[in-house]
Design a protein around this ligand. Structure first.
Ligand SMILES: Nc1ncnc2c1ncn2[C@@H]1O[C@H](COP(=O)(O)OP(=O)(O)O)[C@@H](O)[C@H]1O
Ligand SMILES: [Mg+2]
Length: 286
């Protein structure tokens, strides 16, 4: 890639600078679970993430402008506008699970939102809530209150990020619900363009940034099987892994099962055959 300078490696993406204004984000096939990148790749996972993100970017421009400039033919690389990312993760929760469930059990609140008493695990919330988190450079992100988040980005920007994130969640959850998928919660990353406008960056409404649950087996009162990473998580549990690096190698059946679920998520959410995407990535933005 002679036209690009490598600038960073994330857990999943390689980031290259094309020039002062543009980045190339290349989604690898790496998979992380419990925040540890595993030694085994899931073939095409990066293409699923890039294709789904581009699909949503094309459909949410009315809600917020986004960083996508061009999808490359390999299906895993996108040229993006370089943004100054906000120092918070914009998390929206429609259901009480994960760290939200832990916080609620301890305090009755999530990120300063007081919730009704007596919620059970995985229950739908009366309204989706905006629950920002810090961007941890190492380790786990930490939930913060709206006051803490507003102190980091400013009151006005905080209010705008909340409004945009809730609107994106509503759009995604309605779309997914019509296709038999519960969007339990999701994370967006917003940044500022040179004019100071908020722009949606990173990936959006993918299995890596969201909890998708199959609607037909959804049942409040217990943890839900994850649509995509469940094979990997179950396998890691049976290995008695302590969830610190390095993670275990994955056997072929776990790799195949996981790849199939990522592809199924792509196809169910986009109504597009994954093979059609591989043949011509532009199908997701038409
Ligand atoms: N348009 C953009 N401008 C600048 N940085 C971006 C943009 N879009 C995404 N990023 C950053 O690129 C990185 C994406 O790589 P990824 O592997 O997902 O990282 P992580 O391990 O932090 O999730 C993230 O740090 C994200 O904040
Ligand atoms: Mg990321």
């Amino acid at each position: 890639m002679s036209d690009a300078t490598h600038v960073a490696s994330g857990k999943v993406r390689e980031i290259y600078a094309l020039d002062d204004e543009r980045l190339l984000l290349v989604a690898s096939d790496r998979i992380s679970t419990f925040d540890v990148v595993l030694p085994t790749d899931i073939p095409d996972k990066g293409r699923v993430l890039t294709g789904l993100s581009a699909f949503w970017f094309a459909r949410t421009r009315e809600i917020v402008p986004n960083h996508l400039l061009e999808l490359r033919d390999d299906g895993r690389s996108m040229e993006c506008r370089r943004l100054e990312m906000l120092p918070i993760e914009c998390v929206v929760r429609g259901y009480i699970t994960g760290s939200g469930w832990k916080d609620y059990q301890a305090t009755g609140e999530v990120c300063g939102h007081r919730l009704p008493a007596g919620l059970v695990e995985s229950e739908q919330l009366p309204e989706p809530i905006f629950t920002p988190a810090t961007k941890a450079h190492t380790g786990h992100d930490e939930n913060i209150t709206r006051e803490q988040a507003a102190a980091l980005v400013g009151e006005e920007r905080f209010a705008e990020a909340e409004r945009i994130s809730l609107a994106l969640y509503r759009h995604g959850s309605e779309w997914a619900a019509a296709r038999g998928i519960v969007l339990a919660d999701t994370k967006f990353e917003l940044g500022l363009d040179p004019a100071g406008r908020l722009v949606l960056g990173d990936e959006a409404l993918t299995p890596d940034s969201s909890r998708f649950w199959p609607a037909d087996s959804y049942e409040p009162g217990r943890g839900q099987p994850s649509f995509d990473k469940q094979f990997v998580r179950d396998y890691c549990e049976t290995r008695g892994w302590d969830k610190t690096a390095p993670g275990p190698e994955l056997p072929d059946d776990v790799v195949d099962g996981t790849r199939a679920r990522y592809v199924e998520a792509f196809e169910r959410l986009t109504d597009i055959a994954f093979d059609d995407y591989l043949a011509d990535p532009e199908v997701v933005v038409r």
